[in-house]
Design a protein around this ligand. Structure first.
Ligand SMILES: [Zn+2]
Ligand SMILES: [Zn+2]
Length: 412
């Protein structure tokens, strides 16, 4: 562990740049930034053992989830068993390799890779230091991109949609997959970036002057965005994790606005082009996002229709408007009150949290296209709109990540 007591008991808030003196915490308590309410630190009992335990269990559950049938579906005496691995294969057979890649990455590969990295780093396996640094950086970059739990939500919605037409029974791998979703979330929750980086390499830099309650920018210090090490503001390269950055994210507003604009341009065809094609009983029905919601409403599935409407229509557009507004507010030169910054920061946090759940409609269509394949009788095929829509969600997630929330607090 680091032998610099100042470093151990102080944190620079990554969201508002306030230097916070950490009080002694007991098990289960968390430290929050007094200015922006961002959670700075969760004090878990033995985070190393808990993270490794949850990560190992998650990997075992993921292995089991891939071994057995995930769901059994029966329509007019036609029975089918579907495994998790068949889902991307069926997407490829529908000429949607992009969706299959996204499914494999977000639902299977990224959560599994994060679990493996957690185990390797916490157990301090003697790798070369550069490899450990690379793995830690990879873990902190990828941990927001796993979407196993959103896929599970999409599967459950598609079950409800199909229940009126088919008999659906969960397979032997369904429960292990649910356990995998929960366990990988718990493993990620237990990661303490400071503790993990202290295992990889104890800190070496000391910043002499600390004034808790003041911003880092005002006292000439910054925190490394990757390993949280406190550094002099003019030191652009972190000596521990080798991340190169300045006191604020480089070209943050330009990147955010460019990504928001691109996602807005894609959002228009994503809503106009078919997201799902139903081919059945010599009838081809093209559904866009909005006609799919109207069909759900007409079928009586009103709660699901409202949920898909919020996730697919409201959230992406609100997210784009909110990010563009925050960028505009961050560029204004006027001084502002702390309460205004707090409101804007709350909006930024909501945008960051809800954004990935827009992916639920993409997973519902992926699930339906896999489940509804009744020979020549009926089948559901994803439309090009679903690829465009998933790009909108991914780009808005990237826009939220490139935005530097500290810019909202700099004018106080
Ligand atoms: Zn803060
Ligand atoms: Zn660093």
């Amino acid at each position: 562990m680091c032998d610099n007591p100042q470093y151990q008991h102080h944190l620079l808030c990554p969201d508002c740049d306030l230097l916070v003196g950490l009080p002694p915490l007991i098990r289960g308590q968390k430290a929050m930034c007094p200015r922006c309410r961002h959670t700075l630190l969760n004090y878990w009992h033995d985070p190393k053992r808990s993270s490794v335990g949850f990560a190992l269990s998650a990997l075992v559950m993921q292995g089991l989830a891939n071994l057995f049938p995930f769901v059994n579906i029966e329509v007019s005496n036609l029975k089918r068993q579907i495994t998790l691995l068949q889902i991307p294969m069926l997407m490829i057979s529908n000429h949607f390799s992009s969706l299959a890649t996204m499914f494999l990455l977000c639902v299977q590969a990224i959560p599994a890779l994060c679990m493996i990295i957690i185990i390797l780093l916490y157990l301090n396996i003697p790798f070369p230091f550069r490899l450990k640094t690379f793995l830690a950086k990879l873990l902190f970059s990828l941990r927001g991109w796993g979407m196993a739990e959103i896929f599970l939500g999409g599967m459950l919605v598609s079950f409800i949609k199909l229940m009126a037409y088919a008999q659906i029974r969960i397979g032997n791998s369904f429960i292990p997959f649910c356990c995998f979703c929960l366990l990988q979330l718990r493993a990620l929750q237990y990661i303490d970036p400071r503790g993990l980086w202290d295992i990889i390499m104890p800190c070496t830099v000391q910043v002499n002057q600390f004034h808790p309650g003041e911003s880092g920018l005002g006292q000439g210090i910054r925190a490394c965005s990757c390993c949280t090490l406190l550094l002099p503001a003019d030191m652009n390269r972190c000596p521990r994790c080798r991340t190169h950055e300045g006191v604020r994210r480089m070209h943050s507003l330009q990147w955010t606005l460019a990504l928001v604009l691109t996602s807005f341009i894609l959002y228009i065809p994503a809503n106009l082009l078919p997201i799902m094609i139903t081919d059945g009983f010599s009838n081809i029905l093209n559904s866009t996002i909005i006609t799919g919601i109207m069909l759900l409403w007409a079928d009586g599935s009103i709660p699901i229709a409202i949920m898909i409407f919020i996730a697919s229509i409201i959230i992406p557009i609100v997210k784009m408007i909110a990010l563009a507004w925050l960028c505009w507010k961050a560029t204004t030169r006027k001084e502002r009150k702390a309460s205004d910054s707090e409101r804007m920061h709350r909006l930024y946090e909501v945008v960051g949290f809800i954004g990935r759940w827009s992916m639920i409609d993409v997973f519902v269509i992926s699930a339906l296209s896999t489940l509804v394949r009744m020979g020549s009788l009926m089948r559901i095929i994803p439309g090009i709109g679903v690829v465009l829509f998933s790009l909108v969600v991914i780009l808005t997630m990237m826009a939220a990540k490139t935005f530097d929330p500290r810019l909202l607090w700099d004018k106080i």
